[in-house]
Structure formats: structure tokens, C-alpha cells
Design a protein around this ligand. Structure first.
Ligand SMILES: [Zn+2]
Length: 440
């Protein structure tokens, strides 16, 4: 059975302002007694690439060719991401409309009257429509996002449940560069490179409110995400969580081929694969959602956890915490009732410019990140029995500035990291040594 998904994209707050602008523009045109249909025919600009033909009512042939080049570059990367055999996309070609004035497209019969009045983007098979956004980045992002859906229809016969459809579309549309230099599946380095994208802002708000959904909640998102930018954000995070580890990346890719199944079957098959490692996924989800921000670097943030991690036998452990890595496990699982004493020593260098900042476990108070001194040694306990609620329990971080005793209340992993902006780990060197002993 082929699923037919109607795609209505999210609506950030600037949309209503933009509408006012568009309305004003149209009224001015009419009041100047210019034919309101003037955009039909000659008013459109068209450019083609290998995988897309774009028609827009603004811009130039060059600007649309640049968008087509982005689309072509992305398509090659989508093919690689999904590990599609050579030749799979030989006949893949998308017809894309990028619209400043929807009425012009309706008049030209490019936009069918039976389609709903979507605010952002819309995909049916290999035809996609995108509403022009104030930022060039976000318009291009939406074009690529809809293109991912079009490819899923073409290759997989469907797009899967809402979190999967939107999560993979976001994963493969968030990008750096333009034209042939477009690189998809890149966590944005800073806000300035992705104007109006806004995903991290929404995630940070929920983090502050302790309302981050559990992974189960995301995988159970309703079929209609109601143009909710937050739901898209968590869906993207879930797609990243699976795609960034080899074992689950295979599972994610295999799931795409079930894109035309009914949702219950899709979920059943996916959960059969994920269930044996669910505690690890839930733990990584907890760390990911509480950590991710601009510059988040997967090369440094993959969390090595294993279902075979032994339970701690109480013997002292010597753990090295590297300053250029994210959350690091002490390598054992801790049982309830254990009392753990952490004794940190050593120093690291945070940043090299303008001069090396040397830090010890208490951190350096000349700069703060998320309210804590840079270089402060942080600990958190991550349950290895997954949470049951709709949203996750608060993320508690313990400062380990000096020998610190932690009482363990439930089965968990103990994670450590050295506090720094997640986008600035690359220039850190050194780390701390932590002796883990039985406390009390
Ligand atoms: Zn979508």
C-alpha cells in the first residue's frame, strides 16, 4: 500500500509579518492598475539541474540555477546516505515551485486549487512547492526538505511515520554552503549561518522548562505534526541519534524501505531492532537533547556505552576525562545503593587563542558556559532503565571541583565531561584524571 502524505510545513512567528508584506505588495500592484496576472507566462523564471526543475516568481536565472545546483549536490549525498545502488536515481527528477505570490502560481495552474493553503512547503510525489522565506538559507532548506520527501516517494514508495518522514527530511536538508558546495547533514555552526531556522531555540526553551520528550514520545508522534517546529526539531534529533552510530544507522536505512507500510507495522519492525539496545538509546537521547546546540560535533559527542558494561565491583577505577570530548562513561554500570567518591586531578587547556586557558577541575571563572565556569568537571547519572513518562526527568549536573561523593539511587551509568561550549571542543587539549572509589 502506498502512503500518500500531505505535507504542511512549520510556521515560525515571522510568517504573519511576511504575509502582511506580500499582501501589501499585491495591493500596490493592483492600485497602480497593473495587470494582476502579469506574472503568468513571462513573469516566471525557470532553471533546471540534473534532478530538479525550479520555477519561481522572483529571482534570476542565476539565482535559481544556484538553487538547482544545491539540489543536485544534495541529491548525490542523499543517494550516498541511503546507500542506494548506482543508477537508482537516473530517472529521479523533481518539479519544484518556489513562490512569493501563490496567486500567480494558481493563475498559471502550477498550484492546484484543491491543495490546502500551506504556509511553508508541500510535496506530492515528485512535485514540491515551497513558499519563499525571508532568509535565503531557509528557502533553500525547505526546498531540500521537500526534495527528501520526493526521493522517499520515488525510491521507498512512501515516507514512513511523521517523526521518520520529518526527522530524515530535516537531517538531509540542514546544510552548509550553497550551489555545488552544498553539504547536507551538518549541524549548524552558529545562528548566523541558518537565519530563521530556529530549531535550537525551541529545543533550548523546552530544556529550560524540563519538557524534553522521551525517545518513545517522539517515535509515537501523531501522524499530523500540526506544523509544529518543535516536533520537527525532536524528530531531527531522533534521526541523528540513529544515523550517527553505525549499528542503528543500518536500522534507520532499512526502515526507510518500509516507508510505504502502515505505521503500526513500521513501528513494530523498527522496535524489534531497537529494543535490545533501548537502554543505550534512551541514555544517549538524554545526553543528546540536554547537550546539543550550535557547533555540536558528532565526532566528539558519540557516547560509547555497551549493554555489556560490567556492574562496578567497588574496586578503584582510574578514569581519564579528555577535554576535547563530550560525555565520557567511567566504563561500568552502577547499582542502587552504591556510594561513589570521585577524586579529580590534572589540568587541561581550553582554547589556544588569544592565549591558552589552563584549567583545573574547578574551572576558570573568566568565562561561563550554561552558567558554569569553563573547564569545570561535570558529572551526570544516566539511568539504564529507561524512563516511562512523556517527558524526561530533569537533567541533573553535578560539579566535581574537588573530591565529591555521589550516592547512587538507581541503576545508571556515570558520565563525565569538562565544561566548554559544545562548538569549541576541537581546540582543547589535555584532561583530568579521576580516581573512582567506594565512598562513605
Ligand atoms: Zn516535511
Amino acid at each position: 500500500m502506498t502512503t500518500h502524505r500531505i505535507e504542511i510545513e512549520t510556521r515560525p512567528p515571522f510568517q504573519s509579518l511576511f504575509r502582511v508584506y506580500v499582501t501589501t505588495f499585491v495591493l500596490l500592484v493592483v492600485s497602480n492598475n497593473v495587470n494582476a496576472q502579469r506574472l503568468v507566462g513571462d513573469g516566471f523564471v525557470t532553471a533546471s539541474g540534473q534532478y530538479v526543475t525550479i520555477t519561481a516568481d522572483f529571482g534570476t536565472k542565476d539565482s535559481l540555477s544556484d538553487l538547482a545546483a544545491s539540489f543536485d549536490a544534495a541529491t548525490g549525498q542523499w543517494q550516498a546516505f541511503w546507500q542506494l545502488p548506482a543508477g537508482s536515481l537516473d530517472s529521479f527528477h523533481v518539479t519544484a515551485y518556489i513562490m512569493r505570490d501563490k496567486d500567480a502560481f494558481r493563475a498559471a495552474r502550477y498550484l492546484q486549487p484543491q491543495l490546502p493553503d500551506f504556509p511553508f512547503g508541500y510535496a506530492v510525489g515528485n512535485t514540491v512547492w515551497v513558499v519563499e522565506q525571508p532568509g535565503e538559507y531557509y528557502t533553500r532548506h525547505l526546498l531540500l526538505h521537500e526534495g527528501v520527501h520526493a526521493l522517499s516517494y520515488e525510491i521507498f514508495g512512501g515516507v514512513g511515520p511523521s517523526w521518520f518522514a520529518e526527522g530524515t527530511a530535516e537531517l538531509l536538508s540542514v546544510h552548509t554552503g550553497t550551489g555545488p558546495k552544498t553539504q547536507v547533514n551538518r549541524v549548524p555552526l552558529n545562528r548566523d549561518t541558518v537565519p530563521y531556522w530556529g530549531r535550537f531555540k525551541k529545543m533550548a526553551e523546552r530544556r529550560d522548562e524540563n519538557k524534553i520528550p522521551t525517545l518513545s514520545t517522539v517515535l509515537d508522534f501523531p501522524a499530523d505534526l500540526n506544523a509544529d517546529v518543535e516536533a520537527y526539531s525532536w524528530s531531527w534529533a531522533a534521526a541523528m541519534l540513529l544515523s550517527e552510530y553505525p549499528q542503528t544507522a543500518d536500522t534507520l536505512r532499512a526502515a526507510a524501505w518500509q516507508g510505504n507500510q502502515i505505521e503500526e507495522d513500521f513501528r513494530h519492525d523498527l522496535m524489534r531492532e531497537l529494543k535490545p539496545i533501548w537502554p543505550i538509546l534512551a541514555a544517549r537521547w538524554r545526553l543528546l537533547c540536554n547537550t546539543i546546540d550550535y557547533g555540536f560535533d558528532w565526532q566528539r559527542e558519540r557516547v560509547p556505552l555497551s549493554m555489556k558494561d560490567p556492574q562496578w565491583n567497588g574496586q578503584p577505577l582510574n578514569v581519564r576525562v579528555a577535554a576535547d570530548q563530550g560525555w565520557q562513561s567511567i566504563g561500568v554500570r552502577l547499582p542502587p545503593g552504591a556510594t561513589v567518591r570521585l577524586e579529580p586531578t590534572g589540568q587541561c587547556e581550553l582554547a589556544q587563542q588569544p592565549k591558552p586557558w589552563i584549567s583545573q577541575p574547578p574551572g576558570v571563572t573568566i568565562r561561563y558556559y550554561r552558567g558554569r565556569p569553563l573547564g569545570q568537571l561535570l558529572a551526570t547519572l544516566v539511568p539504564n532503565v529507561p524512563e516511562q513518562g512523556k517527558t524526561m526527568e530533569p537533567f541533573e549536573v553535578i560539579a566535581v571541583e574537588e573530591p565529591t561523593t555521589i550516592v547512587i539511587k538507581r541503576h545508571c551509568w556515570l558520565m563525565l565531561r569538562i565544561n566548554d561550549d559544545v562548538g569549541e571542543l576541537a581546540d582543547n587539549t589535555g584532561g583530568y584524571d579521576v580516581v573512582v572509589r567506594r565512598g562513605g
